[in-house]
Write a protein of this length. Structure first.
Length: 277
């Protein structure tokens, strides 16, 4: 009975999430404040629903739910919604909420229609439940959330840049923050994301060394994760040491996020031992 109720609540959450994103899109195109308010309250309900289901699931399994692909995707979507609501509350930037939750909704859909568990043949469930693995996965997901928001700020930077270049003055231009603020927020989020993903990989490497002595360090996922770090470190190097700013830096940041997505969804399929991160 409880399982059926949770399934129906999950389905309702996905539907309301879709409606919220749709209303934010209408607001983005038409500057519709009523649609914006309804979308915000729908998104708030989605967050409450996700939080309740996350808490109930955590009580049932007796641990923090981040050790499988299905759990990780759900937590990733929850992180994006939480970040977007906090940013909307602090900065009053509606477009950030819209673009962030486009990503969040895609993650939620992938989670809903993904297999319940993804288990590596060489790793038992008991081995997975370790403190090192928990911190490794949590840090990685939080870094993905920071990189996702950084991508959104760069996307808005390019949108604002094109509107200014084409001299399209209007309500949409006014509602987007100025270029310097967008660039600064994108930079700050990458500054947060890079150490988080480094911590995640260091702890994950330690866990693998202890738990999987036969691990291949030239595994596709290991190489992909190192590439992600290098790309974002190069972003910081260009920003801090070379003083690169503006459109070129925003394009680089968007390319870096694309590499992150490829590493998250594609390269993991070629890994011989890695679960999903």
């Amino acid at each position: 009975m409880m399982e059926t109720l949770m399934t129906r609540l999950q389905e309702l959450t996905v539907v309301l999430y879709a409606l919220s994103v749709l209303l934010y899109f209408i607001d983005f195109l038409q500057n519709n404040r009523r649609a914006n308010r309804v979308a915000f309250w729908l998104l708030s309900f989605v967050w409450v629903s996700q939080t309740v289901m996350l808490f109930i699931y955590m009580l049932n399994i007796g641990r923090f739910p981040v050790l499988t692909l299905s759990e990780g995707l759900y937590f990733y979507a929850w992180v994006l919604i939480t970040f977007s609501l906090v940013i909307n509350r602090l900065l009053k930037v509606d477009f950030i909420v819209f673009f962030t939750n486009v990503i969040g909704f895609m993650i939620m859909v992938i989670h809903t229609f993904a297999p319940d568990q993804v288990v590596s043949g060489g790793v038992s469930a008991q081995q997975l439940v370790s403190e090192l693995l928990f911190i490794h996965i949590t840090a990685a997901i939080l870094s993905y959330g920071a990189f996702s928001l950084s991508f959104v700020f760069s996307l808005l930077y390019l949108l604002q840049y094109n509107l200014l270049k084409q001299k399209k003055w209007g309500k949409r231009l006014v509602r987007i923050p100025d270029l310097s603020k967008l660039e600064h927020m994108s930079y700050v989020l990458n500054v947060i994301g890079v150490p988080l993903i480094m911590i995640g990989i260091i702890l994950g490497s330690r866990w693998a060394y202890i738990t999987l002595p036969e691990v291949v360090w030239f595994d596709a996922k290991v190489i992909g994760s190192v590439c992600v770090i290098l790309v974002y470190c190069l972003y910081l190097y260009l920003r801090i040491s070379k003083g690169v700013t503006g459109k070129s830096l925003a394009m680089w940041n968007m390319a870096a996020f694309l590499i992150l997505l490829i590493n998250f969804f594609l390269i993991g399929n070629f890994s011989t031992f890695h679960l999903w991160l």
